[in-house]
Design a binder for this molecule. Structure first.
Ligand code: 0X9
Ligand code: ZN
Length: 353
């Protein structure tokens, strides 16, 4: 199943095929706009913005971590999360297991008391979606700072709920995107499958496994893996989510397109509690609008993008019984001239806000 009929789709074309591709589009009467002339330039810009942001952060007040508002490495994020418990009385850290290459998947837990309903937020299931982990890091810092200063929203939230954050759900893939500019757009995990690597973690959950928008070709970006939960990263998520009996909300943070997905991701048939799912999402979306005047498009993947099976939020709702299960696509918006997965550090703050 392809992109929504009549909707936009972004295509990355190798430079030597550009003219033939444009000729083809014109022949087929498909209107198009060149959003980005050269993606490699954008990758370079992103890297420079990250270097600048890291330098700037070094001269900031010592109480604010230098990784905030930068695209940080996985070990740095883990180090920061582990250090928070010393300055934040309600924070603690635990690992939900190791990635294929042996990286710890660290979760930061905020609990101001025992036995509260749990909200679980992850980011970075897809390696190249750098804005997602950076946004979650920003949110973590804001929530702690605001709670400690008595901010009413933060206090209400953390009085009512325990909140758990996993900023990098696919650490091997995430680290791979830092190894070279050429690898910047890596999406999957890094477990080897013959001459290719990795499965798409968001096709690897046991929910309509192998359904729409998946591939059984290990070289495809949409490879679902040999079987559900074949990837240690998704198996760790499964075990954590099923083990956490008090979990009432699951948010999975991706980029890009500014979309707020309600279940289910693989079908146009809405769940029985669809009205409630829309009601709660609309409250959030209105709050989002009040902050930056942007409203995310709210709907199912099949209506807004494409139906896709094996996704984490589908599984969380359908199989693990986590009622309020959503997936976000963060900035930039569609058709607004952004460079898609390639971000800039100045997008982190507004995204987090
Ligand atoms: O294709 C995906 O996994 C998500 N889009 S992304 O550009 N971040 O890769 C959309 C996932 C929507 N969820 C499901 N269909 N389950
Ligand atoms: Zn994604």
């Amino acid at each position: 199943e392809g992109p929504v009929v009549g909707g936009y789709t972004d295509v990355l074309v190798p430079s030597h095929l550009q003219s033939i591709f444009e000729t083809l589009l014109r022949k087929l009467n498909i209107s198009y706009k060149i959003q980005v002339e050269n993606l490699a330039d954008e990758i370079e810009q992103e890297e420079m913005s990250n270097t600048r942001a890291k330098l700037k952060a070094m001269f900031r007040s010592a109480s604010r971590s230098p990784l905030l508002e930068t695209f940080a490495r996985h070990s740095q994020i883990n180090g920061w999360i582990s250090s928070l418990s010393s300055s934040c009385s309600f924070c603690s850290t635990f690992s939900i297991g190791k990635s294929y290459e042996g990286r710890d998947m660290l979760v930061l837990k905020m609990a101001t008391g025992p036995n509260k309903p749990v909200v679980f937020i992850d980011a970075g299931i897809h390696a190249r979606e750098w804005l997602a982990p950076a946004t979650i890091n920003f949110v973590i810092d804001q929530l702690i700072t605001r709670y400690n200063s008595g901010d009413q929203d933060a206090v209400n939230l953390l009085d009512k709920f325990e909140v758990q954050f996993l900023p990098v759900a696919n650490p091997d893939g995430y680290e791979y995107t830092f190894q070279a500019q050429w690898y910047r757009l890596w999406r999957k995990t890094r477990k080897p499958y013959g001459r290719c690597y990795g499965a798409d973690p968001n096709r690897n959950f046991d929910s309509q496994f192998g359904g729409p928008s998946t591939s059984n070709n290990p070289c495809s970006d949409l490879y679902h893996g040999p079987y559900a939960f074949s990837e240690p990263e998704t198996a760790n998520l499964r075990d954590h989510i099923t083990g956490e009996k008090r979990m009432v909300m699951y948010y999975s943070t991706h980029s890009y397109s500014q979309l707020w997905f309600i279940p289910y991701g693989y079908t146009r048939v809405p769940p029985p509690d669809n009205d409630e799912m829309v009601r709660v999402a609309t409250i959030g979306n209105n709050a989002l609008f009040r902050t930056h005047g942007i409203r995310f498009e709210l709907g199912t993947p099949a209506n807004l993008l494409y139906a896709a099976a094996g996704g984490s939020y589908d599984w969380a709702k359908e199989k693990a019984g986590v009622k309020y299960s959503y997936t976000f696509e963060l900035r930039p918006g569609r058709n607004r001239g952004g460079a898609g997965f390639i971000a800039e550090t100045d997008m982190i703050r507004p995204s987090g806000e």
